[in-house]
Design a protein around this ligand. Structure first.
Ligand code: ADP
Length: 334
C-alpha cells in the first residue's frame, strides 16, 4: 500500500518539477533567441535584397553568418533538452526519497494503529472466550443446580467486569487526544486538591491492603483539565497500590524548579526490572510478573503519559526490583 503511494507521490513531484523546469526553459530559450531571430531576419532580408543598398550592411567581416546563428540556436535547444533530462533523472531520485520521508510518519501512525487494534482485539477475545466456554459447558449439563447457576453468574460477572474495564480504558485513551484542543476545559487548579480527589477515589483499595498514603507539601497552582489530571493521579495511585504488598507505604511529595512542579509518587512495591523500564509507557505492555499476579490491561500508564503530555509535562520513573518505584510527573506551573 505504501510502496504504491510512494510511487504515486514521486510521480506527482516529478511532474510538478518538470512542468516548472520546462516552462522556465521555454521562457529562457525565447528570451535568449529573440535578438538572434531579429538578426537572422535582417540578414535574410539583406541577402534577398542585396542590390537594395538603403540598409547599411549589418554583417562585418567577423560577424556570424545566418547558418552559424541557426546552429547556435540548435545547440542551445539541445543543451536545454539535456539539462531537462538531467533534471528529470535527478528529480526522480530526489522525489522518491522525499516521498518516502513524507509518508514515513503516516506509515508509523498506521502501523501503530494496526498494532493497537490487534492488541485490543486480542485482549477482548480472552474474556469473551471464557464467557462463552463457561456458558456452553453449563448448557451441556442436563440440570443446573441453584448453586452452580450462581457460581456461573458470578464468574460471568467477573469476566464482564474485565470487559467493562477494558472498554473504559480504551475510551479514556481515545479521549486523551482531545484534552489539549479543548481550551474551555482548561482551568486554574490546586494541585493539592487534584491529588486529594484522586486519593479519595483510591483510598478504599489502600485500606483493603492496609497501605498508608502520605501526601506532603504539594500546594501549587497548575492550569489544566481537572478530570484528566485527577485520572492521572488515580492511575498512579492505583498502580502503586496494586503493585505493593500489604502494610507498605506510599508517599507523595512535590518540589518547584524553574516554573515547573515535580510531583513524585513513591511506593515500596515489587518494582520494575531494568529490561521492562523502557516499555512500561507502551500501550498494552505488562511486565511478566504483573501479568501473572495482578489484573490489568497495560493501558493505565500510556493514558497517564498522554494526559501529562497534553499538559506540556513529562513523566518518568525510577525503580528497583523488590525495593519500589517512584513515578515523577513534571508539569508547568500556571
Ligand atoms: P496495568 O497496571 O493495567 O498492567 P499500566 O499501564 O498501568 O497497566 O502499567 C504497565 C506495567 O507497568 C504494569 O503491568 C506493571 O508491570 C508496571 N508498573 C506500573 N506501575 C508500577 C508500580 N507502581 N510498581 C511496579 N510496577 C508497575
Amino acid at each position: 500500500m505504501f510502496t504504491k503511494a510512494r510511487f504515486k507521490l514521486t510521480a506527482w513531484y516529478v511532474v510538478i518539477i518538470l512542468i516548472i523546469s520546462t516552462l522556465f526553459s521555454i521562457a529562457f530559450y525565447n528570451a535568449s533567441t529573440r535578438e538572434i531571430d531579429r538578426i537572422i531576419d535582417r540578414l535574410e532580408f539583406e541577402r534577398q535584397h542585396s542590390e537594395f543598398r538603403l540598409f547599411r550592411p549589418l554583417r562585418s567581416s567577423n560577424a556570424p553568418s545566418i547558418e552559424e546563428l541557426l546552429s547556435y540556436k540548435e545547440r542551445m535547444r539541445m543543451t536545454l533538452l539535456f539539462v531537462n533530462g538531467l533534471i528529470f533523472i535527478f528529480s526522480a531520485g530526489a522525489a522518491y526519497f522525499l516521498a518516502g520521508r513524507t509518508l514515513r510518519p503516516i506509515k508509523i501512525m498506521v502501523d501503530e494503529q494496526n498494532q493497537f487494534i490487534s492488541n485490543a482485539s486480542h485482549e477482548l477475545r480472552t474474556p469473551i472466550a471464557t464467557l462463552r466456554a463457561e456458558m456452553e459447558g453449563k448448557l451441556l449439563e442436563k440440570r443446573i443446580s441453584d448453586k452452580a447457576a450462581r457460581k456461573l453468574i458470578t464468574s460471568n460477572l467477573e469476566e464482564l467486569g474485565r470487559l467493562q474495564n477494558l472498554a473504559n480504558d480504551l475510551l479514556k485513551l481515545a479521549q486523551t487526544h482531545t484534552i489539549n484542543n479543548d481550551e474551555n476545559k482548561q482551568e486554574m487548579l490546586s494541585l493539592l486538591e487534584v491529588i486529594k480527589t484522586a486519593y479519595n477515589k483510591v483510598s478504599p483499595l489502600a485500606k483493603q491492603k492496609k497501605i498508608k498514603i502520605t501526601i506532603k507539601s504539594v500546594e501549587n497552582i497548575i492550569k489544566g483539565d481537572k478530570n484528566s489530571l485527577i485520572e492521572l493521579f488515580v492511575i498512579l495511585f492505583d498502580n502503586a497500590i496494586k503493585y505493593s504488598s500489604e502494610n507498605s507505604e506510599i508517599t507523595v511529595t512535590s518540589e518547584i524548579t524553574e516554573h515547573k512542579t515535580k510531583i513524585a509518587i513513591a511506593d515500596q512495591g515489587i518494582g520494575i526490572s531494568k529490561e521492562d523500564l523502557p516499555h512500561i509507557f507502551e500501550r498494552f505492555f505488562r511486565a511478566d510478573k504483573s501479568r501473572s499476579m495482578i489484573d490489568g490491561y497495560g493501558l493505565g500508564l500510556s493514558i497517564a503519559k498522554k494526559i501529562v503530555e497534553a499538559h506540556r509535562g513529562s513523566i518518568d520513573v525510577d525503580s528497583k526490583i523488590s525495593k519500589g518505584s517512584t513515578f515523577k510527573v513534571i508539569m508547568p506551573l500556571a
